[in-house]
Design a binder for this molecule. Structure first.
Ligand code: C2E
Ligand code: CA
Ligand code: CA
Length: 688
């Protein structure tokens, strides 16, 4: 096969097929309506005037019941299953058996058309429904004729023997199969699923309900002959069937769907994926699984409350549905994790295009109760047969890809076996960190700061440590970047702030007022909910905002200045002090110093440590300090390791010192001891 042929074949197979679908509709409608027209033309005035009162009553009753049955299908509109079951068959089928094809199709056509008009369905759909009923009745009639039974208005047939019953069973099956195949083909074509699959997918339920309906038919035929007035009574058992079928359908739906969003659930995903995999292996057309995780959901839920969180999930579900084709399966896997199964994707590139579209849809802001909520999603993609041919493997590969998408902040990642191995340790770190946060393995060490003028303690900086059960104390440089890249940073910062403020409150109870500085990441500042959360935490601990300094690095300011600026202003309005950390190492522009609501700068330890020995560094420190003072900012020199450095920095007019010379970062209890000695017993912080 040439490349062009292959491409054409692909198109034929995977593009929606409107032309083929329309042709199919046209053929069915023409055949059905043609047959109906012929049936009507065979009815003569004589036939009608020859009917007796009992026949008129029987037919009239059936007409009313068929219309009712059509108007109230078993499947309500909430259960969006297009293969709806109606109970009209119960009353049309006995007409077919007793009075023959012509009255049966006319009756059903009138009922279907009336119900369609009442429900304002599209005319094509009404015509198709009429045609579908006519054709399936005709199929049943052929079986009857083959058995030598030719009921008509003037010579009716009433079943009597076991043999008759057998014929009725075959006729019923035949009507049922033709009817459902016609519908399944239409649905299959319009949504791009194989008609046979569509047919089979609903077979069990359809056949149970149909068996009950067809089973009643011989009895109704007998009533038509002997007691037409009683035909209406059969509505009672039919109503019971209607009720229980609807109920069972609803519970079946609930078992496979998520209450909150109405999307399918994991159980359904497993079934559908397994089917899709089987289809791929048969046809060679790839299918793809996307796993999608909302990066910011937990905070939204925590800060804005569950009702808002629920609404976010509902809106995300709606967006996913709107962005994808109707035949794609959209699933809420749990929490804030979603999955999408798409069948018949051309290749990896096509899958990525779809995933990008989904992500773009999520990126648009959500508005809930007038609040703007910014949700980000990361999507991992895995394909059958490229990456897996089993559900579990496929799912875990999509999961690996999703973690990479999160970690690398790329948004969308396709599974890549080459990266799997080296990413596992990273993924291990991410999930380990997530656990660590939940399980209290995160702790803080405190490093004091003191005034260069009079050696009094001015506060502490909180520095995070991960107390890993196996690795011991893990330094922040190893896991902060991972947290930043995986969406865990907000959570981590919340924990850190809470720990720090708990400690400050504790010191307060011991009679020590100790301001604390906490480092925040640039990701924290891109989040408008951060100041709200912080205000809540301060209130919970009963602490004044002035006791808290937040240290930000210059990186913040390069990332997304405008968003960060809003958050910084909100923090400043709270009364929290802001400090620009590592000053001198990044792109700090003088403009930033003026524009941001800062209270202090921390001169980076690379300058501080050299300032005592290298004149150029001394010049930088001196000039920076003068500039900062000119702008009303407090100056902290960090990384003072020796007495020489302490003296030199003091001479350069810095306000506060921090570094090993004063003290190393210490765990809480040790820091408490250190502070108590100096604050309560008034021992000088150091003896330079
Ligand atoms: P940083 O904010 O510049 O923190 C100062 C770092 O210098 C700390 O390292 C501290 O232990 C170290 N240090 C203090 N005095 C001296 C000294 O005299 N000499 C030398 N050589 N080093 C000194 P640490 O604790 O490993 O923290 C490293 C970085 O990790 C921090 O740099 C900060 O950027 C980040 N970090 C630490 N804790 C947190 C936190 O709670 N949240 C966030 N977002 N980042 C944190
Ligand atoms: Ca710092
Ligand atoms: Ca620093």
């Amino acid at each position: 096969m040439s490349g062009a042929d292959e491409a054409r074949n692909h198109l034929l197979r995977s593009a929606p097929r409107p032309r083929l679908f329309l042709t199919y509709l046209a053929v069915v409608i023409t055949a059905g309506i043609g047959l109906l027209a012929y049936a009507i033309s065979t009815v003569s005035r004589g036939d009608i005037s020859a009917m007796d009162a009992g026949q008129i009553l029987a037919l009239g009753t059936c007409l009313v019941l068929v219309v009712l049955g059509e108007i109230r299908p078993v499947m309500g509109s909430s259960v969006a299953d297009p293969l709806g079951v109606t109970l009209s068959t119960t009353f049309v089928f006995p007409v077919l058996l007793h009075f023959g094809l012509v009255p049966a199709v006319i009756l059903h056509a009138i009922a279907a058309m009336l119900a369609g008009l009442i429900a304002r369905k599209a005319m094509v759909r009404n015509l198709f429904n009429v045609a579908q009923y006519v054709l399936s009745a005709a199929a049943g009639w052929l079986v009857l004729a083959a058995a030598g039974i030719h009921p008509t208005l003037s010579s009716t047939w009433t079943p009597r023997s076991i043999g008759d019953l057998l014929v009725i069973v075959v006729v019923g099956v035949c009507c049922f199969v033709v009817n459902d195949l016609l519908v399944a083909t239409a649905i299959g074509m319009s949504v791009g699923v194989s008609p046979w699959r569509q047919f089979l997918s609903d077979l069990r339920f359809q056949s149970t309900v149909s068996a009950a309906q067809f089973g009643l038919a011989p009895l109704i035929a007998v009533l038509m002959e002997h007691a037409p007035a009683f035909v209406a009574l059969t509505v009672v058992p039919m109503y019971a069937i209607h009720r229980s079928a609807a109920a069972s359908l609803r519970s079946e739906h609930l078992a496979e769907h998520d209450d909150l969003t109405g999307l399918a659930n994991r159980k359904r995903l497993i079934t559908e994926t397994s089917e899709a995999i089987a289809e791929t292996l048969r046809t060679g057309e790839p299918c793809a699984l996307f796993l999608l995780d909302l990066d910011r959901f937990k905070e939204v839920n925590d800060v804005l409350g569950h009702p808002v969180g629920d609404e976010v999930l509902r809106q995300v579900a709606r967006r996913l549905k709107d962005t994808l084709r109707p035949e794609d399966t959209v699933v809420r896997v749990g929490g804030d994790e979603f999955a999408v199964l798409t069948r018949r994707v051309r290749d990896v590139d096509a899958a990525v295009t779809i995933a990008e579209r989904v992500r773009a849809a999520l990126d648009a802001e959500l508005v809930i109760d007038g609040q703007l909520i910014d949700i980000e999603g990361s999507i991992g993609v895995a394909l059958v047969p490229d990456h897996a041919t089993e559900y579990e493997v496929l799912f875990s590969r999509a999961d690996v890809a999703m973690y990479l998408a999160k970690a690398d902040r790329t948004g969308v990642e396709v599974y890549d076996s080459a990266r799997d191995a080296n990413s596992t340790s990273r993924i291990g770190l991410i999930s380990g960190l997530r656990n660590a946060i939940e399980q209290g393995e995160i702790e803080l060490h405190y490093q004091p700061k003191a005034s260069l003028r009079d050696q009094t303690v001015t506060g502490v900086e909180a520095l995070v440590r991960w107390n890993h059960p196996v690795r011991g104390l893990v330094p922040p440089d190893e896991f902060i970047p991972v947290a930043e890249q995986s969406g865990l940073m907000h959570r981590l910062t919340d924990v850190i702030l809470d720990l720090a403020l708990t400690q400050v409150a504790d010191w307060g109870r011991q009679g020590m007022t100790v301001p604390v500085a906490v480092n925040v990441s640039f990701r924290d500042l891109l989040d408008a909910t951060m100041p709200i959360r912080l205000a809540q935490t301060l209130e919970r601990h009963g602490l004044a905002a002035e006791l808290l300094t937040l240290e930000i690095t210059e990186r913040v300011l390069t990332a997304d200045m405008d968003r960060a600026r809003l958050t910084l202003q909100a923090l400043c309005d709270l009364g929290v002090r802001l400090s620009l950390d590592d000053f001198g190492t990044g792109w700090s522009s003088l403009r930033l110093l003026r524009e941001l609501p800062l209270a202090e700068i921390k001169i980076d330890r690379s300058f501080v440590s050299r300032a005592a020995v290298v004149e150029e560094d001394a010049v930088v420190v001196r000039a920076t300090t003068r500039l900062a003072h000119g702008l009303g900012l407090h100056v902290v020199a960090e990384g003072i390791e020796t007495q020489v450095a302490w003296r030199a920095i003091k001479d350069m007019a810095c306000d506060t010192a921090q570094g090993w010379f004063l003290a190393r970062p210490m765990p809480g209890p040790k820091a408490t001891e250190w502070l108590a000695e100096r604050l309560l017993e008034r021992v000088p912080a150091t003896h330079p």
